[in-house]
Design a protein. Structure first.
Ligand code: UD1
Length: 386
């Protein structure tokens, strides 16, 4: 099979930590569509088994089976298979189970599991260091035990802090400004040390800009718990009538219309970027690769709002309020390295993002809870005490 997702490179069995979350579920789908076997380990702190059930449905896998303990799976007679295991990245036992699932053979890990809310990271720094940093230490130890040396890590443009550089290349100084950002920087540092400690490591650090939107089917999308911190999910909830109005954080930034400018990329473009990174790591000699994943285009808050309104035929209430502490005026990627190294660039427009994001939100106003009661995590993990 010629695989356009990984650039024609070999199809393998891969483990996605945090694969039931927003980016992980979309990446699972993209990898399954190209014939990979996907094993997901997730603790469901910010992810949903229902997301993966829908991924199985969208990719035409057989029925979703749940066993007596903590295991779901679906497969097709030819091609891909999807397995979901409840587990915590800090637990060696859970990691060993994930690596051994389906008789082992995991050749690469995509590490999405982690906490990502800036405000929460300032209130609970230890939890962030524990999950994001200790979790990655445990994962690397497990990879060592299971002979796996290929890793794609979810890093973030948050590492660049409040820089004035536009667009931002990977060589820009790293100057995170909150515990969430410090943990991402620490993991990047740790992975760099690991890569130089022994031959054979193939590691990609993918620095995401602002991933938004949803799969065009409207079946899977972003499902934040509680009040969304980020602009796009908040906008979607205003459109759905779940929130009264959008608060625009600052109208006096030094930008075209005074509102903050960001680099929004469609989550399916991001998912495909992971497939490309995996293909590149597998095809080339061992290396450590650092790439920005963004569109290279900046859009202001008001531009995003107007595009959402025009694309979806809606008018949304908003008010300009104070700036949010820690924000910067502009954050836009220089994505040229991703194109040069792995032939990846975003293909979907801001209008595509708005159309697909709204299709998801409209069909699932309460996120995956709209589908009815969820399997209780304690039942899923009844056999092991993580
Ligand atoms: C934020 C985080 C960043 C994290 C990223 C992805 C902060 C300071 N930064 O990035 O570390 O990596 O999310 O999780 O929290 N806005 C509004 N109204 C809102 C929400 C946002 O006007 O209700 C504005 C912001 O000021 C900004 C833009 O919308 O100009 C995008 O904000 P957001 O979606 O939160 O992303 P970032 O701030 O880029």
């Amino acid at each position: 099979m010629i695989d356009s997702l990984t650039g024609g490179h070999s199809l393998t069995k891969v483990l996605l930590t945090g694969g039931a979350g927003f980016i992980g579920s979309h990446t699972s789908l993209a990898l399954l569509e190209s014939g990979h076997q996907v094993v997901v380990m997730d603790d469901f702190s910010n992810g949903s088994a229902e997301a993966l059930r829908r991924v199985a449905e969208l990719t035409g896998l057989g029925p979703w089976r749940q066993d007596a303990t903590d295991h779901w799976s679906a497969s097709a007679p030819v091609g891909g298979s999807l397995t979901l295991i409840r587990g915590d990245v800090r637990s060696q036992q859970d990691l060993d189970r994930a690596f051994q699932d389906g008789n082992g053979g995991i050749s690469a890990v995509l590490h999405f599991a982690g906490l990502k809310a800036v405000g929460e990271s300032m209130a609970e720094p230890l939890r962030y260091w524990d999950v994001n940093v200790t979790g990655t230490v445990r994962l690397l130890e497990a990879m060592g035990r299971h002979g796996c040396q290929t890793l794609v890590f979810s890093s973030s443009a948050t590492l660049y802090g409040t820089t004035d550089t536009v667009p931002i290349p990977e060589t820009a100084p790293l100057q995170p400004i909150n515990p969430y950002g410090y943990t991402k920087a620490a993991v990047e540092r740790m992975l760099t040390d690991v890569a130089s400690s022994a031959p054979g490591w193939r590691i990609a650090l993918l620095r995401y800009f602002n991933p938004v939107g949803a799969h065009p089917s409207g079946r899977i999308g972003e499902d934040p718990s509680g009040r969304p911190n980020n602009l796009f999910p908040f906008l979607c909830q205003v459109a759905a009538g779940c929130r009264q109005q959008l608060e625009v954080f600052g109208g006096d930034w030094p930008t075209g219309d005074g509102t903050g400018v960001r680099d929004y990329l469609h989550v399916m473009d991001l998912a495909e970027g992971h497939g490309r990174a995996l293909g590149l790591l597998q095809a080339e000699p061992p290396q450590l690769l650092t790439l920005n994943l963004g569109s290279g285009q900046g859009h202001s808050v008001l531009e995003l709002l107007r595009t959402f309104e025009t694309t979806n035929g809606l008018t949304l209430p908003y008010a300009v309020v104070e700036r949010r502490p820690g924000d910067s005026a502009v954050s836009v990627a220089d994505p040229s390295q991703a194109e040069r190294r792995m032939g990846w660039r975003t293909r979907r427009s801001l209008a595509d993002i708005c159309r697909d994001g709204w299709a998801w939100q409209r069909a699932n106003p309460q996120g995956y809870r709209s589908a009815g009661p969820q399997p209780a995590p304690e039942l899923i993990g009844a056999q092991h005490g993580s």
